[in-house]
Ligand binder design. Sequence first.
Ligand code: MTE
Ligand code: MO
Length: 313
Amino acid sequence: MPAYRPPRIAASEITPKGIYLSRRSFLGTAAGLAAIGLAGRDAIAAPLAAKPGAYKLDEKLTPLDAVTSYNNFYEFGVGKSDPKEYSGDFKPTPWTVKVDGLVGKPQEFGIEDLLKYQLEERTYRMRCVEGWSMAIPWIGFPLATLLDKVEPLGSAKYVAFETIVRPDEMPGQRGLFQPLKWPYVEGLRLDEARHPLTILALGLYGETLPNQNGAPVRLVVPWKYGFKGIKSIVRISLVEQQPETTWKNSNAREYGFYSNVNPNVDHPRWSQATEQRIGEGGFFGVENRPTLMFNGYEEVANLYTGLDLKANY
Ligand SMILES: Nc1nc2c(c(=O)[nH]1)N[C@H]1C(S)=C(S)[C@@H](COP(=O)(O)O)O[C@H]1N2
Ligand SMILES: [Mo]
């Protein structure tokens, strides 16, 4: 989310170069794994087994090549190709996630610990506030599973998340131009955090997360704009007050705490009524498709009963 209306996405920028997988059933096969190896060798570390989850999409998957080369991850630079290009020095292992705050049992979790939870593959529709979208087969587990382990206290009302600060490995965190204040922080209301759709992702497309997608662990909240999906998480804190969030801190008029996908509430500088699905549109460019309320995940509507979604954007 730069401070200007992003340019229309050039078809040349998003046209998949290699093989892409349009059927998830292909993934389990040897040919599927070989194809992933060819398309994403540079970006992806290791296969990650997961049971097929209940959340599937009857939509074409966004090609792996686009998922791993058209990113927002300002710690590696503000350009869409920067995260892939400049995340090669980032070391996602070893890693621990500290879970603390208003909990009965604060704990530190290694990635090995998180990998023991029942991992599911879930294909989610993803919508960036800038107007582009993807359909991504994530691998992860419900955030609620982790929250249960630490036993939140009754006084906990929100969950705060924090990304790592590592200027030595993240070129966007060093140098003269610092687009954001570090660490990148995000937050959810506790009931949003516990919603079964909210996951911590450890992989995508049958493999562990590439650095540019938030290795080794990131948040995925499919009914909210993409910036809620904080990457490379090192700390999760249960708190009483609404936590600070990076984009609201950066520009509160344009970005709010809730950030629910809502075609009826425009960004001050552009409409949110339609979106461009990355990898679609063929030679002549990208087609617009309508953006759906809550990104199509209407089962979350009851979380917001009585809340004015125009005022609470
Ligand atoms: N730490 C951190 N997390 C982040 C961002 C970032 O700049 N830093 N960008 C956000 C934005 S704006 C989007 S759209 C998604 C993009 O996720 P993807 O690159 O895996 O598609 O990551 C989100 N998480
Ligand atoms: Mo975004």
